[in-house]
Design a protein. Sequence first.
Length: 533
Amino acid sequence: MIVDLKSTPHKTPRLIVEGGLVINYKEQFNINAKLNIKIDKLFDVNIYIKSNIKPVFRLFPVLLSALMIAACAVGPDYSPPETTAPDGWRADLEGGLSNRQTDVDALAQWWQTLNDPLLSYLVERAISENLGVKEARAKIREARARRAIAMAGLFPTLDATGSAKTNRTSEQVGVGRRTDLYQAGFDAGWEIDIFGGVRRSVEAATADMQAMQEEYYDVMVSLTAEVALNYLDVRSFQARLTVASSNLKVQEETSNITKWRYEAGLTTGLDVEQASYNLEATRSEIPSLKTGLEQAKNRLAVLLGRQPGDIDPDLDKPGDIPVAGPEIAVGVPADALRRRPDVRMLERELAAQTARIGVAKADLFPKLTLTGSIGLESLSSQDFLDAQSRYYNAGPGISWPIFRARAILQNVEVQNALQEQKMIQYKASILNALEEVENAMIAYSKEQEKRSSLLRAVQSARAAAGLSQDQYSSGLVDFQIVLEAQRSMLSFEDQLTQSSRNVTADLIVIYKALGGGWTKITSLEFPDTLEKK
């Protein structure tokens, strides 16, 4: 850049810089500008565009040109990927399953269909008090704030400035003069988003916020299912303890009978010992069942945001295992994909990553910035507020990272690769969602078949146990038959209890796989954070 010092008819010497910029200066002011110019004199500086038109009007062509191309944004425009879903489920709709259209409101609160008031209470408490839900809410607020930060880049900035400085030059290189400088004013700046980098960042931040909303919904889907499953565990362990205690009483009675027959000389000591170890074997199962019960209660308390053991007293009372209604509407696969928050979240993350490609590409192009300052500046505090102390400057600036192009291009490649990963994750989530529903429906229908068989087995085992004990008391059968009948009865009753629990658990998994258990965020919960899709 060429600098030429010339005299002018303005009674003020000036520096004329190649490119049309003019620097006026007066004595008693010092400058060491970015042009690497050092002048021994002290002078005032103003930069303006040389023209017969007032400087402020020179900005209009720049602004007009920027506005004409402001609608352009580099990078790909996002469109949701096409999703192909099967027309129907491959699994046979048995055991009350129906392809009838799902009721969205009923699916959102599916636990109500189990008709268990305590379960409904626990689920509602978990939704309001669970720490994972609170964390997900905080993430939404964070994402909303980040979106606001990104949007701020679309608007001008205005900063207030002020300073009071004292400067004294060295007598070894100058006159050793001291000068004071007082300054106050406002600095404004605006980066015109010509190539859409800022708009793409807002687009990405908006999609990120929506992804956090979907993550919040997904947390609720998982939470409601986990609360219900742990509640089932509590009821199941209580029922299994009841079965074990009931069988323990029967076996105690049998043990007493063997002792009576032994004392009467009607049997050998072998029957007594066999009855004893059968009794103790059953008794040994009770501690592990109690352990499982307490662990399920502790887990349930934590899900409710409480200390382990701090659980509702009503849960200490044994209750029935909840059962499903006669018909379960599962709809069609497309309904499940539209409903599942994890699939929706990945779709929003894909949208955000697509926008980030545009953010990266925008770095390849020049950035136009309009800057300006206005204020007061004086060497003396006495005349600081005088009209002569006023100053202003305004003008455009441009920056273009020419020698960082390779790094920027590699960053674009990084963003493209990340978008491809998100697309793969999105497609995988669709397959996983369909698999979960199919597997849950198969498990639900087949577990009902198992439960029906176990129910018949329990009825027969109870009858056999009663008959064998009566016949043993009469000396008609060997004691080994009694032992086998009692063991079978205990085993089948315990299996039936677990199967009843599993049927309802499989139903809960179906509701979870269908994306049930959440409702949309309202403006009362998160003001100004509604879905933008």
